[in-house]
Ligand binder design. Structure first.
Ligand code: F6P
Length: 520
């Protein structure tokens, strides 16, 4: 960046980045050698009541001490935070400011769990109450017997519900929900095979109610009901959308539309009516517990200054690795089967939000933006991809997530081995091990952050989701980008439409492929 490119307000930001880039980069061994209390200094805990009104707390501990964050880096990041206007950005987030500038919208997902202006919170609560009444009416048999639900949606209208249902129904569900996203008919057929049409509800989740995959799947699901003797398939449909008029035009009765607000982004919408299939599966009480966990993190994020703020601290580590160490990816390993879908949920949240090349002013960004988020489940991943983490040439910061409480009822040895392995991996990545044989040497100095949750329940899941929403937002503010739009997904959709209409002009490679696929 040349000085002539620097706007008055940006000077302090540019200076803060220069200061960050000039700092020495001690190893993890140096950092631990210099500060024996490092884990105490760099561990944060966020808590929430174990149940509404209880003084007993559950929570999660986040240990950042195995990252390269030093006192000097933290001080320099705090300077950047101030220069980037983080305080004002946070206020705008929770006060309904127009922070999604390219679309002229606020981002009011916080209000869904009570973190917003009184008017927004009241509106969100009214919509939630309405959703809750429908959920309870269905549980009470108001729509005859409902044993199954096929929840159709894609992206933000599917990933959150799929994660929450997979995480929270391991011991059984009030309604058996199948989330179907892909246009590949195999996905829908698989759901049909697991459901009885006479007792199946179809939930169509789409913020815009224009998404071709979702509407095509919804049409096929209605046909399946009709073909299998359901007299009024339309009566078995619930629409979850921020575009109620599109849902009604498509054919959903307006009494069966559960709306949410336009200012709730798709990938931030799990706690809106998009969460209806989750509430159907786990009940409203548990759904509200998920909201309470998210609210606890909102409160922490709003009220905690500087590097005591855990999502902000996570963003410091993210910025350090992507911008100062050139890491192109960040890996997330859930040592818990219940969180198996968390890495794919986070992929959309982080990559669709912060995978950008321009700032909020439209200027090119001055460094890399979102890392590629990837990951898997421990211990499985240890036997598949950890070789590269330990000895490969990439430096990959890793997040480990693990619950102190077990999810299974088997011999406690299972959970003990799971926990031990999770903690061992972080230790091994950091410590490394020299060897005279280069093939057997571990370089070490490889960073990780460990999330230790008391129990993997609804509140913890809500907290983890809100934590990552705020981490993503904090990263965006530090980079000066808008995390709430996603124009990058539009071009491919437009070209698919051109192919369908036969009107597009395509390159030679695409023409040949279309011909070979029988579409030319
Ligand atoms: O194409 C990307 C996207 O717009 C996501 O942002 C969104 O979550 C997904 O498609 C589904 O959109 P909708 O909820 O409007 O069907």
């Amino acid at each position: 960046m040349s000085t002539t490119d620097i706007q008055p307000g940006e000077t302090a930001i540019a200076r803060a980045w220069l200061a960050l880039r000039a700092l020495p980069q001690p190893t993890l061994a140096d950092l631990f050698g210099a500060d024996a209390d490092r884990p105490a200094t760099l561990t944060r805990r966020i808590g929430w009541p174990v149940e509404p009104g209880s003084t007993a707390q559950a929570g999660m501990l986040i240990d950042f001490s195995k990252t390269h964050l030093s006192d000097a880096l933290l001080a320099a990041f705090e300077t950047l935070t101030e220069a980037a206007g983080f305080g004002l950005a946070c206020e705008a987030l929770f006060d309904g400011g127009i922070i999604n500038v390219t679309e002229g919208r606020a981002a009011t997902h916080g209000a869904l769990r009570g973190s917003g202006t009184p008017a927004q919170v009241e509106e969100a609560e009214a919509l939630l109450t309405r959703m809750g009444m429908l959920v309870e009416a269905i549980h009470d048999g108001a729509l005859d017997e409902v044993k199954h639900c096929i929840a159709i949606g894609i992206g933000g209208s599917a990933l959150g519900p799929a994660l929450a249902i997979d995480a929270l129904t391991r011991d059984g569900a009030m309604v058996d929900v199948h989330v179907v996203s892909n246009i590949d008919g195999l996905a829908l057929e698989q759901a049909f095979a697991a459901c009885d049409p006479a007792t199946t509800l179809i939930a169509i989740a789409s913020k815009t109610f224009t998404t071709i995959e979702t509407l095509t799947n919804a049409n096929s699901a209605l046909r399946w009901l009709a073909d299998n003797g359901v007299e009024d398939p339309g009566g078995r449909v619930i629409a979850l959308t921020a575009s109620p008029e599109n849902a009604v035009e498509w054919g959903v009765d307006e009494t069966r539309v559960l709306p949410f607000t336009e200012s709730v982004g798709g990938r931030y919408s799990l706690f809106s009516s998009i969460g209806f299939p989750v509430a159907l599966a786990i009940g409203m009480e548990e759904f509200r517990a998920m909201l309470a966990g998210a609210k606890a993190v909102d409160d922490h994020f709003r009220e905690t200054e500087g590097c005591a703020n855990a999502p902000l601290l996570a963003a410091y580590a993210d910025q350090y690795y992507t911008r100062l160490r050139g890491c192109q990816t960040r890996a997330v390993f859930a040592y818990d089967e219940r969180l198996a879908l968390l890495p794919s949920y986070l992929q959309q949240l982080e990559m669709e939000s912060n995978g950008k090349s321009v700032t909020v002013t439209g200027a090119p960004v001055d460094g890399p933006t979102a890392a590629v988020t990837w990951g898997g489940v421990g211990t499985d991943a240890q036997h598949a991809v950890f070789q590269l983490l330990h000895q490969g040439t990439h430096l990959i910061p890793v997040d480990f997530l693990v619950s102190i409480g077990p999810g299974d009822q088997l011999d406690p040895a299972h959970h003990r081995i799971l926990l031990m392995n999770c903690l061992a991996q972080g230790a091994a990545l950091m410590a490394g091990k020299p060897s005279d044989d280069p093939a057997r040497a571990y370089p070490g100095d490889r960073p990780s952050t460990t999330f230790l949750i008391d129990d993997c329940d609804a509140a913890a899941l809500g907290a983890l989701i809100a934590f990552h929403e705020h981490r993503t937002f904090a990263n965006a503010v530090l980079m000066g980008i808008n995390p709430f739009d996603q124009f990058g997904v539009e071009l491919g959709k437009a070209i698919a439409k051109q192919i369908e209409s036969g009107e597009g002009e395509f390159d030679a490679s695409t023409r040949a492929l279309l011909a070979a696929a029988g579409l030319g």
